[in-house]
Design a protein around this ligand. Structure first.
Ligand SMILES: Cc1cc2nc3c(=O)[nH]c(=O)nc-3n(C[C@H](O)[C@H](O)[C@H](O)COP(=O)(O)OP(=O)(O)OC[C@H]3O[C@@H](n4cnc5c(N)ncnc54)[C@H](O)[C@@H]3O)c2cc1C
Length: 346
């Protein structure tokens, strides 16, 4: 690797929600920070753009940034369905590009933060990172906020075994008004399909862990389900990406992982924006204070533990899973149970 062109206190790889949240927190110090992002445009990412209640409470996203806010959601299992309602918003949808623009605004005009786009990191050593054009940048602290296929995680030799895949159609339409979740063990195994309306498009997708249902089978089942539901995807864009939910630590000496790179995505629900933001902030606070114990990451890990247990139980149930989904529909009329479910998923 060439000698480093410039040295920074902190180099962050990836300008997703984790990298930008981390930089915002670090920018309050005097440290010199460099963010390297491989894409030319910051923001677009394959994602359904759903933020649940805990997310918007923590992130304090301005209302005008949200595409659609939902006070109710409909759950479907076989021929039954039920609608959960609440006085407050349960979920809202956001556009990832608009969301990134909002995050970026907090970094505008700061002299200690530099963002370089179109800069893919292709090599890392103990002191510096190198780009495709072979230029390199030295670091004191390195932060891998580079998503599900993190090169920092690879450099650290951290294994990744628990990975989910999520696929979706983004269809330009305002036809869909309801937030809906579909549980069908035969098609989606222990996972689900969703309809997330945005203001000018809809995300219709599903997810699974490919060890239980291969990506090919998931896509076949998804298409079957779409045609059964008469969902016209002819104008839609099909896309898919991985969600890393294999958490194995966030701190490795002077190198840190945040968000999907740390395996903090949810293997059960597919969520990861909240985890990315919280872990990005917590990593920054740890860089600034060696003794900081990162309570936010502890909370994320506790939710992860509960979700993983629920997911494993659903996987183990095999053919009984559909009966459980079916039984859940009338059961969610029970307010106490709804409260518990919403705590897990919103
Ligand atoms: C289909 C689908 C639907 C989803 N829906 C939701 C949802 O509704 N709600 C939710 O909360 N989560 C959802 N997620 C998960 C969510 O998208 C991720 O968890 C979240 O984006 C993670 O944020 P991050 O900052 O950790 O990583 P990312 O958003 O992946 O950002 C990583 C950044 O690093 C950059 N990068 C990667 N490698 C390099 C490199 N070598 N050099 C420089 N830059 C690099 C990438 O270009 C990217 O900008 C969904 C995921 C999928 C696949």
């Amino acid at each position: 690797m060439n000698q480093a062109k410039e040295h920074y206190d902190v180099v962050i790889i990836g300008a997703g929600p984790a990298g930008l949240a981390c930089a915002t927190e670090l920018s309050k110090s005097a440290l010199r920070i460099l963010i390297l992002e491989q894409k030319d445009i910051i923001g677009p990412k394959i994602c359904a753009g759903g933020l649940t209640r805990k997310d918007f409470n923590h992130i304090q996203v301005p209302e005008q940034l949200m595409d659609v806010r939902f006070k109710e959601m409909t759950l479907h299992a076989s021929l039954l369905n039920t609608t959960l309602k609440d006085k407050c918003d349960m979920l809202s949808t956001i556009d990832r590009r608009k969301f990134a623009t909002w995050q970026l605004r907090k970094l505008e005009g700061l002299s200690n933060v530099e963002i370089k786009t179109g800069c893919k990191v292709i090599a890392i050593d103990k002191e510096k990172v190198a780009l495709e054009d072979l230029s390199s940048y030295g670091y004191k602290y390195l932060i891998g906020a580079d998503g599900a296929f993190s090169c920092v995680r690879r450099f650290l030799g951290v294994k990744t075994e628990d990975t989910a895949i999520a696929i979706q159609y983004i269809i330009p339409t305002d036809r869909y008004k309801k937030l809906e979740f579909f549980f069908d063990s035969k098609l989606f195994h222990a996972w689900y399909a969703w309809i997330f309306p945005h203001d000018s498009y809809v995300s219709i997708g599903c997810m699974c862990d490919p060890r239980n249902l291969s990506a090919k089978k998931l896509q076949k089942n998804f298409n079957k389900w779409l045609s059964k539901k008469n969902i016209d995807v002819s104008k839609g864009k099909f896309e898919g990406y991985a969600i890393n939910y294999d958490y194995r630590g966030y701190r490795f000496g002077n190198i840190f992982l945040a968000g999907d790179a740390a395996g903090l995505g949810s293997g059960l629900t597919g969520e990861g924006i909240y985890q990315a933001i919280v872990s990005g902030e917590e990593v920054a606070k740890t860089v600034l204070d060696e003794k900081y114990e990162a309570p936010g990451i502890k909370d994320l890990l506790e939710t992860k533990r509960l979700q993983n247990n629920a997911m494993r139980a659903l996987i183990k149930m095999g053919p009984l899973r559909n009966i459980v989904f079916f039984a859940l529909i009338p059961a969610v009329k029970n307010k106490k149970l709804v409260g518990k479910i919403l705590k897990y998923i919103s």
